[in-house]
Write a protein that binds this ligand. Structure first.
Ligand code: NDP
Ligand code: 8X3
Length: 252
C-alpha cells in the first residue's frame, strides 16, 4: 500500500479510513465536495503522521470533474495502488409510488455512476502495473431490501454486482477487489438521508448500539494488510443488535 485514493473522506467511513490508513505512512489522495472539511482532514493527517495528503475537491456524479481532478494528480502520488470507492448516500425513505425522481437520480448517479467513473479513470494505472486493490462500500442493502429503501438498495445491489464484475475483469492482472458491507452505522448518513433533520436521523440509532465509522476503518485496514495471495471478497458487518438489513433487535 503506497498511493491510496479515498472518495468521500470529508465524513463518516471515508474520513475514518483516511485517518487509519495514514498510520501506514502512505501517500494519500482524499476527495469530496466539502473543501473546508477536506483540507482540515488533510492538515490533521499531515500534522500527526508522515503521510502526504492531496485533497481533491470534485463531485463524483460529474465525469468531467472526475477526469479533470484525477488527471491533475502529481507524479509523487502515482501510480495509485489502493482505491476506496466510498462516496455514497441515501436520500429519503419513500415507497416507489411516492419517490422523487431527483432523489433517485442523486443515488444512482453517486452510488453507481460515480463509483464507475472513478474506477474507470484509476483502474488503467493498476492494470498497467499489474498490481492494485479496490474496496467498494456496499451495504447489507447489497443483499436485502427494506421498506422505502427501494432505490438505495438497488444501487447497493448494483455495487455488489460491480464488485464481482471488477474482480472478474481484473483477475488476469492480479488486482484484488473487495467489498465492505455494513449495516446500521451512525455517521452523517441518516442526517443526509433526512435532509438535515438530526432528530429524525438520531431515531434510527435509538435504543441499540450502532456501528461507528472506526469499525469500518478496522475492516478496511484488515483487508488491505492481508498477504498478496489473499483477497477478502466481502466483509458483512452489522451491529450485534441487528440480525440483517431489516431486523433490529427490539429496542432497549
Ligand atoms: P457520510 O454521509 O458520513 O459520508 C459520505 C461521504 O460521501 C462524504 O464524505 C461525502 O462528501 C461523500 N459524497 C457524497 N456524495 C458525493 C458526491 N456526489 N461527490 C463526492 N463525494 C460525495 O456517510 P457514510 O460514511 O455512512 O457513508 C459512506 C458509504 O458507506 C456510502 O457509500 C454509504 O452508502 C455506505 N454505507 C453507509 C452505512 C451507514 O449506515 N452509515 C451502512 C452501509 C453502507 P461531500 O458531502 O463533502 O461531497
Ligand atoms: C446503509 C445501511 O440499512 O441503514 O447502507 O440503509 S441501512
Amino acid at each position: 500500500m503506497k498511493n491510496v485514493f479515498i472518495t468521500g473522506a470529508t465524513s463518516g467511513f471515508g474520513e475514518a479510513i483516511a485517518y487509519r490508513l495514514a498510520q501506514h505512512n502512505v501517500n494519500m489522495i482524499i476527495t469530496g465536495r466539502t473543501e473546508s472539511k477536506l483540507k482540515e482532514v488533510a492538515a490533521n493527517i499531515e500534522k500527526a503522521t508522515k503521510t502526504k495528503v492531496l485533497p481533491l475537491v470534485f463531485d463524483v456524479q460529474d465525469y468531467a470533474q472526475c477526469e479533470e481532478a484525477i488527471n491533475s494528480i502529481p507524479a509523487e502520488f502515482k501510480p495509485i495502488d489502493v482505491l476506496i470507492n466510498n462516496a455514497g448516500l441515501a436520500v429519503e425513505l419513500n415507497p416507489v409510488h411516492q419517490g422523487a425522481l431527483e432523489d433517485w437520480e442523486r443515488m444512482i448517479n453517486t452510488n453507481i455512476k460515480g463509483l464507475l467513473y472513478v474506477t474507470r479513470l484509476i483502474s488503467p494505472q493498476m492494470i498497467e502495473q499489474k498490481h492494485g486493490h479496490i474496496i467498494n462500500l456496499g451495504s447489507t442493502a447489497s443483499h436485502e431490501v427494506y421498506y422505502g429503501g427501494n432505490v438505495y438498495c438497488a444501487t447497493k445491489h448494483a455495487v455488489k454486482a460491480l464488485t464481482a464484475g471488477m474482480r472478474t475483469d481484473f483477475l488476469p492482472y492480479g488486482i484484488r477487489v473487495s467489498q465492505i458491507s455494513p449495516g446500521a452505522a451512525e455517521t452523517n448518513f441518516s442526517v443526509i438521508r433526512f435532509h438535515g433533520d438530526k432528530a429524525k436521523a438520531d431515531k434510527v440509532y435509538e435504543g441499540y448500539d450502532p456501528l461507528v465509522a472506526e469499525d469500518i476503518a478496522d475492516a478496511a485496514e484488515y483487508i488491505l494488510t492481508r498477504p498478496p495471495h489473499m483477497c477478502i471478497n466481502e466483509i458483512i458487518i452489522t451491529p450485534t443488535a441487528q440480525f440483517n438489513g431489516v431486523i433490529v433487535r427490539e429496542k432497549k
